[in-house]
Design a protein around this ligand. Structure first.
Ligand SMILES: NC(=O)c1ccc[n+]([C@@H]2O[C@H](COP(=O)([O-])OP(=O)(O)OC[C@H]3O[C@@H](n4cnc5c(N)ncnc54)[C@H](O)[C@@H]3O)[C@@H](O)[C@H]2O)c1
Length: 426
């Protein structure tokens, strides 16, 4: 199938890289977003999110004349839906964005079109949610138009590279739909393109993130055990991973982001009777910030009134994404415990966190601290010279939750450095 013009609905971390990459590979793209600020920024040639390399590709795409933006979908050969799929307070999937996007495609859907859902979705969403909406056009999926599900598996921070190089799975409601998807993404994807059915590809995406979540949960549980038994978890993992069939992941202050901390809940909601392990792993990871607080309590004695500086609030290193971030949960718990909390998040210095003094620089955050806590392994924090930090703060106590700092160097600089999962031998 040939594609001259495609419409991408949702211009966020996934939709904008995808839209600009298609556009720089010779396809005319209408990028659609219902947030006027996103449209306005792009019309001014600005990119509203931080992702390395994205600005350059968007600039190239706009300069080529192949990337335009619009608040509504327009007629096209193919539609890609890349809108959010968050969860509600009760951890149930919120499919309202997917439904709304499908409703917006409906009036411009034409015979022969391809529609691809990319948003991470519970099993059967393509068949049971998107298909019925689109078929209200009178056209039948798999017969009059093609319909597929293709999850995005990129790593934030490396999206522009992984978008092209990763293997991509495309699941069609029928074989022809999957093949049309392959023709479309084959425009730029260099990795293998694996064809299957829509529900399998939905499940593949959820399985990938659930697998990681469960494995991080066991690493986090190991960190608690190590703490109890006076063991250094980082050393223990390094040694265990010398076993040829063992690959333990890193523990940390919890699991966040829009994917790994959300997607396993889609399985739990869809089949609670079949998912005790997945459910428990989610609870373990969600309670890891409380473990961080316990370590802080141990270090400070009384937390109330103590000044704690938090380094990093993003959900992981070197990204500006704070969604579901466990670092923010640590901040909330500290505020609740009565600590005086300041935080420096270089990628989003103005992000509001209730009760927390957000600062625009590291010195500002640590100027009067009792304790400095490394919550996110941003490169600039990992490369921090402890002697320089010592000159910025009265604190001589530091906690590293991500194994980003070298204990000996920090001790030499005059700090007592504690690490998550490094129990003190009694
Ligand atoms: N961010 C990631 O790293 C990542 C990785 C893999 C999969 N995903 C999945 O991709 C999907 C999109 O995630 P994201 O991170 O790009 O989200 P995002 O919030 O960054 O972007 C979504 C965009 O969609 C727009 N939008 C919402 N409803 C709309 C509508 N009806 N019409 C037009 N625009 C609309 C929003 O304004 C926003 O700009 C989610 O399902 C997510 O789970 C994300």
């Amino acid at each position: 199938m040939k594609f001259e013009h495609i419409c991408i609905i949702g211009l966020g971390y996934i939709g904008l890289p995808t839209a600009s990459t298609f556009a720089t590979h010779g396809i005319r793209v209408t990028g659609v977003d219902n947030n006027p600020e996103v449209i306005h920024a792009l019309q001014q040639g600005k990119v509203h999110i931080y992702e390395p390399g994205l600005g350059e590709v968007v600039a190239k795409a706009v300069a080529s004349g192949n990337l335009r933006v619009s608040p509504k979908p327009v007629e096209a050969d193919a539609f890609i839906i890349a809108v959010p799929t968050p969860f509600y307070e009760d951890k149930k999937a919120d499919l309202s964005f997917v439904r709304a996007a499908a409703e917006e495609v409906l009036p411009v859907l034409r015979e022969g079109n391809l529609v691809v859902l990319e948003s991470t979705s519970p099993p059967l969403t393509t068949e049971k949610v998107v298909r019925p909406i689109l078929e209200r056009s009178g056209l039948v999926a798999g017969k009059d138009f093609k319909l597929a599900y293709s999850p995005e598996r990129v790593l934030p921070g490396q999206i522009m590279k992984e978008l092209i190089e990763n293997a991509r799975v495309i699941g069609g409601v029928d074989r022809a739909s999957a093949e049309a998807g392959r023709d479309l993404y084959g425009t730029f994807v260099k990795g293998d393109i694996l064809l299957t059915d829509a529900t399998t590809s939905e499940m593949v995406k959820l399985m990938e993130n659930t697998y990681r979540d469960v494995n991080i949960a066991i690493a986090n549980e190991f960190s608690r055990l190590a703490d109890r038994f006076g063991v250094d978890i980082w050393e223990a993992i390094q040694i265990a991973n010398r076993h040829p069939r063992v690959k333990i992941l890193n523990p940390g202050p919890g699991v966040g982001g829009h994917c790994i901390s959300v997607d396993p809940w889609f399985f739990v909601e869809a089949a609670p009777d079949l998912t005790p392990l997945i459910h428990t792993a989610r609870n373990v990871n969600d309670s890891q910030p409380e473990f961080v607080i316990k370590i802080i309590e141990h270090l400070l004695g009384e937390v109330k009134g103590k000044r704690v500086a938090l380094l990093g609030l993003a959900f992981k290193a070197n990204v500006d994404d704070l969604r579901e971030s466990p670092a923010i949960e640590v901040a909330h718990l500290l505020v609740k415990a009565g600590a005086v909390v300041s935080a420096y998040e270089p990628y989003k210095p103005d992000f509001p966190v209730a009760g927390v003094k957000m600062t625009h620089s590291l010195p500002e955050a640590v100027v009067d601290s009792d304790l400095v806590v490394l919550l996110v392994g941003h490169t600039q924090f990992k490369e921090l010279d402890p002697r320089q930090l010592a000159a910025m703060t009265p604190a001589r106590l530091a906690l590293d939750t991500v194994n980003g700092w070298d204990t000996a160097a920090w001790q030499t600089a005059g700090f007592k450095l504690a690490k998550l999962g490094k129990g003190e031998k009694e």
